[in-house]
Design a protein around this ligand. Structure first.
Ligand code: G3I
Length: 326
């Protein structure tokens, strides 16, 4: 049972005009009543964790199955929540037919434009913001060698944002990356990419900092204020888009691990609340019962705000306290 602990993050966030969100997975939303109740009570924005990804939507060329995405958008609208669409162009979770199809440059430009126009157009006026391009910078700071870059060239980014803007001129269009928590070099490269895109009048309206952290990422947390200030100089709103703080597990987390985790959550939220142009923080899942982390990082987990029994952790209370502070 999700313990009622005070007014909840959503009410605290809305009192100060802040967006607090979580990614949402369709299976627990359908099958776990506690999950659905917590999402509606604690958050005012949701990001579909997988339902809007190219490979999930279109398993054969020219065909789309929007049933899961529609269910998530309907849920959000029913509960007065905003939706952040994720992710139109990425190098992962692409359709098999595209990966194996070896399209020419002209064909891939058509695939890109058709995909972005189809998906953004379907939810025009309903999905407020989109991750248009996700993780285009490689960890060495260069433009990642993905299928879009390899076949089309760097202008694939311009094309993606242009298609999204045409399909829904009111949507806020984000570039999303794990830049800041990777390395200074990666963070600098993300900044340079954004500066270049803005210089080319690409209709980019925000930047998402994923913030998939560990207990050892205090350097990334310390870098955040200066990164946010630099991005503010570009006139780009910033959102923390995929925040979680994983830890090495041997049994249950220790009190010390939970306390360190809470301080990381607190510092990131505080940096966002005090920075110019940062008005959104989305956690990448909210209960340790449903988290991507254990599936991708063996012997790691406990990254989120509630434990597997939906009991609030110190990180939940840290966010609530920060949202209550003047
Ligand atoms: O839906 C299928 C299911 O039918 C099948 O039985 C099962 C076993 O193969 O796989 C299921 O799909 C999985 C999907 O999550 C839904 O659970 C995919 O294998 C799995 O790869 C996918 O993982 C997602 C991952 O992105 C893919 O890279 C995670 O849920 C998701 O949290 C994660 O999120 C990404 C962001 O989109 C971008 N930033 C990084 C972040 C973490 O990787």
């Amino acid at each position: 049972m999700v313990e009622r602990t005070g007014p909840g993050l959503r009410l605290l966030a809305e009192r100060r005009g802040f967006r607090i969100g979580t990614c949402v997975s369709i299976l627990p939303l359908k099958n776990d009543p506690e999950y659905a109740r917590a999402v509606a009570r604690e958050f005012n924005v949701i990001t579909p964790e997988n339902a809007l990804k190219f490979g999930v939507l279109s398993r054969s060329r020219g065909h789309y199955d929007f049933s899961d995405a529609d269910a998530l958008v309907d849920f959000a609208e029913k509960h007065g929540m905003q939706i952040h669409g994720h992710a139109l162009l990425w190098y992962a979770q692409l359709p098999e037919w595209l990966v194996n199809g070896k399209p020419t440059r002209t064909e891939l430009i058509d695939i890109l434009t058709t995909h972005v126009t189809t998906v953004v157009g379907r939810y025009a006026g309903r999905i407020a913001s989109w991750d248009v391009v996700n993780e285009a910078i490689a960890t060495d700071g260069t433009l990642r060698d993905n299928v879009w870059h390899r076949i089309i060239g760097p202008e694939y980014l311009d094309m993606a944002f242009a298609a999204a803007h045409s399909a829904d001129p009111k949507a806020q269009l984000f570039y999303n990356d794990y830049g800041i928590e990777a390395t200074e070099q990666h963070a600098d490269a993300v900044y340079e990419l954004l500066r270049t895109l803005r210089g080319r009048q690409v209709p980019i309206g925000g930047v998402g900092l994923q913030m998939h952290l560990t207990l050892d990422h205090l350097s990334a947390v310390n870098r955040l204020p200066s990164m946010l200030a630099r991005l503010a100089d570009l006139g780009l709103p910033v959102a923390v888009t995929e925040f979680d703080v994983r830890m090495k597990m041997s049994g249950h987390p220790t009190a010390e691990q939970l306390a360190t985790q809470a301080s990381v959550y607190r510092e990131v939220l505080r940096s966002c609340l005090t920075a110019q142009g940062c008005s959104t923080l989305v956690v990448w899942g909210f209960t340790d019962r449903h988290s991507w982390v254990p599936h991708f990082f063996p012997n790691q987990g406990a990254a989120l705000l509630w434990d597997e029994e939906y009991q609030p952790k110190p990180s939940y209370h840290a966010l609530a306290e920060e949202l209550m502070r003047d």
